[in-house]
Design a binder for this molecule. Structure first.
Ligand SMILES: [Zn+2]
Length: 143
């Protein structure tokens, strides 16, 4: 049986299967920790199982793969030439699910922030995170 995945799709797919401790997410966690923030991971009781949860602040951060979540304007976010309809449909469903999760989180009182995979090493990211999260304080404790 022919493998329907293009090489780039396959490697993105494998990265996802390998799971939760993927490179970009780990880098982001290290960055946040170094900035003084404390957080929880992958809370199953929240819609979409957000990657990083700041319970006390009622905020969550998602780390989105540019290919699977189709980062607008990003070079990685192209539609593979093989079976383009299949991919367009798949990406549309991913985006719908993202939007639905975000809506449900807002209803539950949480603000969401998306960090794209390609932004993790961006020097502007710490400033954006601090703006979203507010100052890191010792008093904040464990979340
Ligand atoms: Zn991107």
């Amino acid at each position: 049986m022919a493998d329907p995945l293009t090489p780039e799709a396959r490697s993105a797919h494998m990265a996802r299967i390998r799971g939760r401790d993927t490179g970009p997410e780990l880098l982001l966690r290290k960055l946040l920790f170094a900035m003084g923030y404390r957080f929880r991971l992958h809370r199953k009781d929240l819609p979409g199982r957000p990657d990083i949860v700041f319970k006390g602040r009622r905020k969550v951060v998602f780390v989105h793969g540019c290919f699977w979540h189709q980062h607008p304007g990003c070079g990685v976010a192209h539609v593979p030439k093989t079976r383009p309809d299949y991919w367009r449909d798949k990406f549309a469903r991913n985006r719908e699910r993202d939007a639905r999760n975000e809506e449900r989180l807002r209803e539950a009182g949480y603000d969401c922030f998306v960090v794209w995979e390609c932004e993790v090493r961006d020097e502007r990211l710490p400033g954006k995170l601090r703006e979203f999260l507010g100052p890191a304080t010792a008093k904040q404790g464990r979340s």
